[in-house]
Design a protein around this ligand. Sequence first.
Ligand code: ZN
Length: 154
Amino acid sequence: MVFIPECEICGREVERLTKIEIEGSIVEVCDRCVSYGKIVEEPVPRQQPSRSLPKPSDVETELVLVEGYGKKIKEAREKLGLSRKEFASKIGEKEGVVKKVEEEKMEPDEKLARKIEKFLKIKLYEKVPIVSGKKREEKKHELTIGDVVVVRTK
Ligand SMILES: [Zn+2]
């Protein structure tokens, strides 16, 4: 059933109706009949714009390396039965780089991390919410009366 709004005064079928007040009662009327009363509500378009709005989320996220990424890489590599050297050559890196990353002495850059993720089928990044208005640790040292240094002029 399609609902077609009709003006309560003239009966005209219209796209939208406006609520007006006539002698204390609310009637929905067409644009032509609004002048019979006092508008109590602005006309609302019947069809909501269908464009999808960006998700209203005030939680921003950032990608960070998972905790224990080195161990994760090492375990996944060993599962595949690869030595560090073999693994390094498979992803086109130096053994030393793999070693450092596995020992978490070096954080892989995104390119390298993605390569490792793809090869070992593991996830090295996780999304964490950015705490809005990060804690301001550094409190501004406000001067109190006692702190005021009197500058003596010679
Ligand atoms: Zn009307």
